[in-house]
Structure formats: C-alpha cells, structure tokens
Design a protein. Structure first.
Length: 174
C-alpha cells in the first residue's frame, strides 16, 4: 500500500497519530529529521484521559503505567519549606485517578516500539523542507517530496543520497 498520510515529526504527537492511523489501516509514512529519539524528559505527565485514550490501542496503556510513577497528590511548598497547599489528584472518575509521571523520552520509546509491532518504522534523518497544498487533487491535498537536509551538520552528501534513494522508490503522487 502506498502511504496516503505523511507525518512530519516523531515526537509523542506524531508517534501517537501514526499508531492510531495504522490501527485503522490507513497507510502512513512518518519521518523525523533527527537521528534518534529525544533523551530529554520534556513533557513529563500523562493525564487520566490520555491513558484512557491509549487503551483504545492494541496494547493499551499498561506499558506506560508500568513504566511511570503515579502521583495522587501534590503539595505546594513555600520557599521556607511550609506546606501552603495540597491538591488531591485521586478523585478523577477514571480507571487512572492519578497523574502519571513519565518522561517524554520514555513515552517516545514505548510509542515507537508499539509502532514497530504494527509494522511501521520512523524514517530518521529525513526532513520536510517544503509543502504544497494542491487542493482537491487527492482529496486532502498533495505533499511534495521530502528533501534531504543536513540536520546533524556534517553529512549532507549522505542525506542527499538517502533522499535520492527514497525518491527512486516513492509513488509519483507524493
Ligand atoms: C526543554 C523543554 C522542556 C520541556 N518541559 C516540559 C515539561 O516539563 N512538561 C511538559 O508537559 N512539556 C514540556 N515541554 C514541552 C513538550 O516537550 C512538548 O509539549 C511536546 O514535545 C510536544 O510533542 P510533539 O510531538 O508535538 O512535538 P515534539 O516533541 O517537539 O516533536 C516534534 C518532532 O518533529 C521533528 N521535526 C520538526 N520539524 C521537522 C521537519 N521539518 N522534518 C522532519 N522532522 C521534523 C523534531 O525533530 C521532533 O522529533 C518541554 C519542551 C522543551 C523543549
């Protein structure tokens, strides 16, 4: 099947979108300009509703819950150490009545692993550098081919070859 959706960016949003579209058997291609996943914590909380939505997928939210740290309350502490407030987080009417602390690096790892079980891999070191919306030709517009770009500074030639190789195998209507 030729990909009909191009996802630019394999952060949590792109990876989740790729998992969901693949689950609905929509052919997808997902690219990211970086050579590897982030190793930074960045987005660090999964909320109850997110975990509920992850349950719609084949593996559900359990890999995330197992990897994360459940927070059912938060103290607000003043500079002198006095506790000035407490927020309970365990009253949400959800199977997941807590905030799940999970660094973005782990979320991406789990999402990417899940995506691979669905048969799709992130194409890395591929950068989208231009986009053309050509109207209704394909119902949702048209994306011009990705152009390799030297995101990691010193290997433009390698990326250009990667790009050319990809063009040789790409449907013409991309
Ligand atoms: C330093 C830092 C700290 C943060 N701390 C927190 C925090 O404590 N709590 C919190 O909730 N959120 C935090 N955030 C925000 C959080 O990281 C974002 O909300 C989250 O990453 C958004 O996910 P995303 O998938 O939309 O985008 P991103 O995670 O940014 O992923 C986008 C991906 O797209 C790729 N990409 C971009 N352009 C192109 C292109 N043209 N071609 C190919 N690939 C491309 C990038 O390489 C990247 O992998 C932080 C962000 C930063 C930078």
């Amino acid at each position: 099947m030729n990909p009909s959706v191009l996802i630019v960016g394999a952060g949590p949003v792109g990876l989740t979108l790729a998992c969901e579209l693949t689950r609905y058997r929509v052919p997808v291609r997902i690219v990211d300009k970086t050579s590897q996943r982030t190793d930074k914590s960045k987005a660090i909380v999964l909320w109850s509703r997110t975990l509920e939505l992850l349950d719609r997928g084949d593996r559900g939210s359990s890999p995330f819950v197992e990897a994360g740290f459940k927070v059912d309350g938060v103290n607000i502490v003043a500079a002198d150490g006095a506790v000035v407030g407490h927020v309970k987080m365990d009253s949400a009417p959800s199977p997941y009545p807590y905030a799940l602390m999970l660094p973005q690096s782990d979320s991406e790892r789990l999402l990417e692993a899940h995506l691979e079980t669905l048969g799709l891999r992130v194409e890395r070191q591929v950068e989208a550098t231009s986009f053309t919306d050509s109207g209704a030709a394909h119902g949702v517009g048209e994306v011009v081919p990705l152009q390799a770009n030297n995101s990691d500074s010193d290997s433009a030639g390698k990326h250009a070859r990667h790009y050319q190789d990809q063009q040789a195998h790409r449907p013409r209507d991309w």
